[in-house]
Design a binder for this molecule. Sequence first.
Ligand SMILES: N[C@@H](CCC(=O)N[C@@H](CS)C(=O)NCC(=O)O)C(=O)O
Length: 273
Amino acid sequence: MVQLVDSDIRTREVLGWKGVHVLHFAGSSCSQKLRIFLNLKNIPWVSHPIDLPGHENMKPWFLGINPRGLVPVLVDDGAVHIESNDIIQYFEKKFPAPKLIPAGHENEVAALLRHEDDLHLDLRTLSFRFVFAPPGPPKPAAALDSYIKNGAGTVQGVKDPEKEVQIEFWQRAAKEGFTDERARDSAKRFRAEFDKLDQALAKQPFWFIYEHRLSLAGYPFARLHSHVHAWAERLRARPEFAKEVGQLRHSPEQLDAVRSAQAGKTLETVAGF
Ligand SMILES: N[C@@H](CCC(=O)N[C@@H](CS)C(=O)NCC(=O)O)C(=O)O
């Protein structure tokens, strides 16, 4: 459970928010995952969109709520919770019906979610390379500077090492972009995971978001992991899922333009799949 403590929170107005408030972005994978969960649970919530492409998450107001500068964030009756997977597990306890984490499997699911989160920067790498492909550095120097300077820099009262990880990620991206080598390494890590999942596909809808985004990036699921592909297609047809992943940063036309700007290279060719 990652609930922030008073000294982490500088944007004090949120302490007075009543009910369930979620700060999120339409096209963010972690936000999509949480919104699907909220849809399946029928939990009413107040929406606070945060403009990630406009770098709103790197401005003082948002960093005053989540010093990590990431979405989604839950404010539940003034209590601030970060980390999408912790929020999901928090809601599962608070609103037990309908049950989405099978009884007796809480620890197993928590471990799977941690493992999923470990691959988040790989998903981000492949998203920025093959889906978003911004023309310049993904985070301009001024936005990054604001990110570095603002917010408490602590989570649960302790200096937050995750912020350093984020800063390094964006600085490296500004310096070298999302190279073939990096994309290949990330794609290979996913291939190992989806190979395992293809063989032992249990009821683990958490992988759906990654499958969906990587499909957009051109990952050949139908060819490499046919069971994962068929399973994701079934979920994509359900309204609770379709509604959340239909919203993209780019239109299909822009996505085509991103693909054609890759000079014939695709995720498949870059990764050697
Ligand atoms: N471990 C975090 C990861 C959150 C995360 O990285 N969120 C992304 C969006 S999916 C974000 O806020 N990125 C900031 C940015 O793009 O500037 C969680 O599960 O909540």
